[in-house]
Design a protein around this ligand. Structure first.
Ligand code: DAH
Length: 381
């Protein structure tokens, strides 16, 4: 409710008796009346005040319009009646319209006025971690608990870091498996300086070894891109977590023990792990790691009716990552920083976060993660 400030006159208007019924005197009286109406309308609050305001001006019994009738029109001498009558009629229409308009501008009784400090504010929806970022953080924290630190690198990468220093020679067919998205207008640059969207997080292995001397234990989460059209299991943008451990005497046994522990932390202590030979230019030997299917328990069948388990394609095993012992050729590129392949050894691994999140959350369409549908995302909040 707006209260009058000190000094502001708030004496309700009363209709004066007129002695002078000349046109000039009438004009003056009308002007005063309208000014009073203007002031009262501007100071109008809500609730009871609205009714009082309306009654004050329009009440049949003693409202201002009724009073005008009595005090101005009826009291006017005969010769002035016509003149006064016309003005009073015009004034009535004007006052009625202005009173209605003022009531419309202010809220009705029971509703709140424009500012009510006791009313709760507008709540901002609290955001939540995107399920992929959540999965990524979960994977990273498993390795943090083993003493790994986190390293990051640029998404726009040079050919040198994405390929050359990872032992992909120019024109080597292994480059074809990476479906690279190149930046335009790079032809004038030397090949190793040409820019592309990194196809994996592995270039950060090199970038970190350039900066930090061994021993090294790092995990590298991040976005990667490949020229894959989007479908239920592909996306041109996805996420990886890479790992690298370098020290003296790191063995394949260390790799197996570390990754077996990580998989049990992520998928449950009863999952089994299995390594199958593979090829990556930057590791030798290389392997693909499988975990026993944590959806069907490794049987390949689901439920009492023995329905085929789709995520593991009924094999009982899910391929989860690529890994291997760091190829000595990779160390050659960072030899100057303490990575002498004669002295140090290491293992590396890389996994797709999006795929793991899909498996963990039981989704059959990767695109759900990227469509920004709040109804989907809210379920992970
Ligand atoms: N960079 C590989 C890819 O994107 C994944 C990978 C395999 C990373 C083996 C590694 C590794 O560090 O040792 O397909």
């Amino acid at each position: 409710m707006k209260r009058p400030c000190r000094g502001e006159r708030n004496v309700a208007y009363t209709v004066p008796k007129l002695k002078d019924f000349s046109a000039a005197a009438l004009d003056k009286a009308v002007e005063k009346l309208l000014a009073a109406l203007e002031q009262e309308s501007g100071a109008l609050g809500n609730g009871d005040e609205r009714k009082a305001f309306r009654d004050h001006w329009l009440a049949r019994k003693d409202g201002i319009l009724t009073q005008i009738n009595e005090l101005w029109l009826k009291a006017a001498p005969k010769e002035a009646k016509r003149e006064v009558g016309q003005r009073v009629n015009k004034l009535k229409t004007e006052v009625e319209a202005k009173v209605e308009a003022a009531l419309k501008r202010t809220p009705a009784a029971g509703t709140e006025s424009a500012i009510d400090i006791s009313f709760p504010g507008i709540r901002r929806a609290i955001g939540a971690e995107h399920p992929i970022i959540r999965m990524q953080n979960e994977i990273v924290s498993v390795f943090k608990n083993l003493g790994y630190s986190v390293a990051e690198g640029p998404v726009i990468e040079t050919d040198y870091y994405n390929f050359e220093a990872l032992n992909f020679p120019p024109n080597h067919p292994a480059r074809d498996t990476q479906d690279t998205l190149f930046l335009a207008n790079q032809q004038s640059k030397a090949r190793r300086e040409q820019l592309l969207l990194r196809t994996h997080t592995s270039p950060v292995q090199i970038r970190t070894m350039e900066k930090m001397k061994p021993p090294l234990r790092i995990v590298i989460p991040g976005k990667v891109h490949r020229n894959d059209p989007p479908d239920a299991s592909h996306s041109p943008m996805f996420h990886q977590v890479e790992g690298l451990a370098v020290d003296t005497n790191i063995t394949f046994g260390d790799l197996k023990g570390t990754l077996d522990h990580a998989m049990k932390s992520l998928f449950g202590s009863d999952v089994k792990t299995s390594f199958r030979p593979s090829f990556f230019p930057f590791t030798e030997p290389s392997a693909e790691m499988f975990v026993s299917c944590f959806i069907c328990g490794g049987s390949g069948k689901r439920g009492s009716d023995n329905a085929p388990c789709r995520p593991c394609k009924q094999t009982g095993w899910i391929e989860i990552l690529g890994c291997g012992m760091v190829d000595p050729n990779v160390f050659e590129f960072v030899k100057h920083n303490g990575y002498d392949p004669e002295k140090v050894s290491g293992f590396a691994f890389g996994m797709g976060v999006d795929r793991i999140a899909m498996l963990k959350y039981g989704l059959d369409d990767l695109q759900l993660f990227f469509q920004g549908d709040v109804r989907f995302l809210e379920q992970f909040g």
